[in-house]
Design a protein around this ligand. Structure first.
Ligand SMILES: [Zn+2]
Length: 286
């Protein structure tokens, strides 16, 4: 799994793989004129790289950084959450090549929060080694990249790309086999629901649907389980969803028990199943 992603990274960096082997990859070194015998090796499990001719060695993010593969090619004004300044949202659309996919050793903070590597891979959580920030791509159902979220630290997110309101985080996980879809507020909520139930979960990235998201859900044609946060904003969001979508979608609302703040706090599949089983076709009052 990690190996495949590392290979993808190497492709993105135009590093030519000569021989894949059990250890990883033997490549032509990108730092010196290396045409006869490949002298650059990359470990397929950890991403550790080394040039036998002396160009250096190190962890994978150092390699991507040295080769200038930064995620933020788009101009932005860096935001300071304390002063509630927002970064400028660039008008141009991010391209696939600008997203860095997740690698095991740099997803550690999210692993420590209890997310499986397979979950992080499924949602294609990435990392920008130049800025030391986690990246969450926002895709359409067909996988098209529309925008992405940057998270310099826990619970702080910035958007890039002007098409973010057209879809949901996690939308690309919905396929023809899914009977139901969970709707939630944040990226951690969506990943937790997926991890516990393999239930496709899509995050609004807030508690209020955009007009684009509303139109998107009207076309979804399968039951939607609303799992917005257990707080006034979440309950208000649920009521707005009910007002906008009833008659168009089959809606079910989770009525949270006391003590659970949001889906990110669920810790067992059984608990998730129980809540889904007890869902009601109307929202709780604010
Ligand atoms: Zn070299």
């Amino acid at each position: 799994m990690v190996r495949r992603l590392i290979e993808r990274y190497l492709q993105l960096m135009n590093i030519q793989v000569k021989t894949p082997n059990d250890y990883g990859f033997l490549c032509y070194c990108p730092f010196h004129r290396d045409v006869h015998k490949p002298s650059f090796s990359v470990n397929g499990d950890t991403g550790w790289w080394q040039c036998f001719a002396g160009c250096g060695s190190g962890p994978f993010p150092v390699l991507t950084k040295r080769l200038g593969l930064g995620v933020i090619i788009l101009p932005f004004v860096s935001g300071d959450s304390n002063k509630s300044k927002k970064p400028d949202v660039p008008k141009n659309r991010p391209s696939e090549g600008e997203i860095l996919f997740y690698v095991k050793n740099i997803s550690l903070p999210w692993v420590l929060r209890g997310f499986d590597l397979s979950t992080l891979e499924r949602f294609q959580v990435g990392f920008d080694p130049a800025k030391n920030e986690t990246i969450f791509p926002i895709r359409d159902k067909d996988g098209t990249l529309l925008a992405y979220l940057h998270s310099p630290k826990q619970s702080v997110y910035y958007y890039y790309g002007d098409r973010r309101g057209e879809s949901f985080f996690g939308a690309h996980l919905i396929d023809d086999n899914n009977d139901i879809v969970a709707l939630c507020e944040g990226v951690a909520d969506a990943m937790r629901i997926w991890q516990l139930g393999h239930l496709p979960a899509i995050a609004i990235m807030g508690s209020k649907l955009t007009p684009g998201q509303t139109a998107w859900l009207k076309k979804l044609r399968r039951p939607i389980y609303c799992m917005l946060d257990n707080d006034p904003a979440g309950r208000k969001g649920n009521i707005q969803i009910w007002e906008k979508l009833r008659g168009y979608c089959r809606l079910q609302f989770i009525h949270w028990p006391k003590g659970i703040k949001d889906p990110g706090q669920l810790d067992s599949s059984r608990e998730l199943e129980r809540l889904l089983g007890q869902a009601k076709p109307f929202p709780k009052s604010v």
